[in-house]
Design a binder for this molecule. Structure first.
Ligand code: GTP
Ligand code: MG
Length: 255
């Protein structure tokens, strides 16, 4: 008999987010269970990972540890991407045609978003990621629509006393994304992209993240386009120990 060769269809999680957030630190911790020092990334990197003990994949709640199907369901691929603005094409390529992407972990430095510069850079990148997911959803040809890709905002570096707590990271990002959204729309109008012609409104709509209204942006608005956004705090490094349980819990829920 032939042995069926199965293509690698292991569920994949993408690590996105601005430079210095802690993506590679989290990848290294997941791969080797050690806290290692990192350098800024210049290329993407993929590792095979296993969900740590103590976390149960959503699909395996009725299976017992040791069952081969249970062990298989704990495996996933984790893809690290460079966060530097000039290297983000690696990340955006992954978003255009996501294969087997089960979720996106957007890693944020919770201390850097306490300052305007860090907040704005983070909000712009996150806005663009959510916009890419929204376009993927609204542009889907089949009535079934593409498989939803949930987003986890990992508010990292909570060991630093300057870090904002997760609920404030969320509020700050929502506020900053509201501004990005308005500025982008204004930029389009000014450049004449959305001028003349009957379908102005449509074009603008397509470039507008979340609900059509002028009000402020909230992550909950993404539910309408099939994107759930969750925020959970943690830290990959810290004198008081590491806390990544919330993120592995979220990954387990998607497996
Ligand atoms: P790019 O590769 O440039 O996109 O950045 P990155 O997101 O991969 O960041 P990286 O993992 O290299 O971490 C950046 C710096 O933050 C490193 O010096 C890490 O040691 C540090 N760092 C990562 N996580 C934590 C954390 O939880 N707490 C603290 N205090 N520092 C952290
Ligand atoms: Mg890196």
């Amino acid at each position: 008999l032939y042995r069926k060769v199965t293509p690698t269809t292991e569920p994949t999680f993408l690590l996105l987010g601005p430079s210095g957030g802690g993506k590679t630190a989290f990848l290294t911790l997941t791969e080797r269970n050690v806290v290692a020092s990192t350098h800024t990334s210049t290329a993407p990197q993929t590792i095979e990972a296993t969900l740590p003990d103590g976390f149960t994949p959503n699909s395996s709640h009725y299976r017992s540890p040791g069952d081969p199907a249970y062990e298989r369901s704990r495996r996933f691929l984790l893809v690290d991407t460079p966060g530097h603005g000039k290297l983000r094409r690696f990340a955006t390529t992954q978003l255009v045609k996501p294969t087997n992407v089960r979720g996106i972990v957007f890693v944020v430095d919770a201390a850097s978003v306490a300052e305007d510069a860090g907040l704005n850079e983070t909000a712009e990148y996150l806005h663009d990621v959510l916009m890419a997911l929204q376009k993927r959803y609204t542009g889907a040809k089949t009535s079934k629509g593409p498989k939803d890709i949930p987003v986890l905002i990992a508010a990292n570096k909570l060991d630093l006393f300057t870090a904002l707590p997760p609920h404030l990271v969320k509020l700050q990002l929502e506020k900053a994304i509201s501004e990005v959204r308005t500025n982008r729309a204004k930029g389009l109008r000014d450049s004449g992209v959305a001028m003349g012609g009957e379908d102005d409104g449509l074009d603008e709509e397509r470039e507008w993240l979340g609900e059509g209204g002028e009000g402020s942006f909230e992550f909950a608005q993404m539910e309408e386009v099939g994107i759930s956004v969750t925020i959970k705090g943690g830290n990959v490094i810290g004198t008081e120990g590491v806390d990544t349980a919330g993120w592995y819990e979220w990954i387990a829920e998607q497996l």
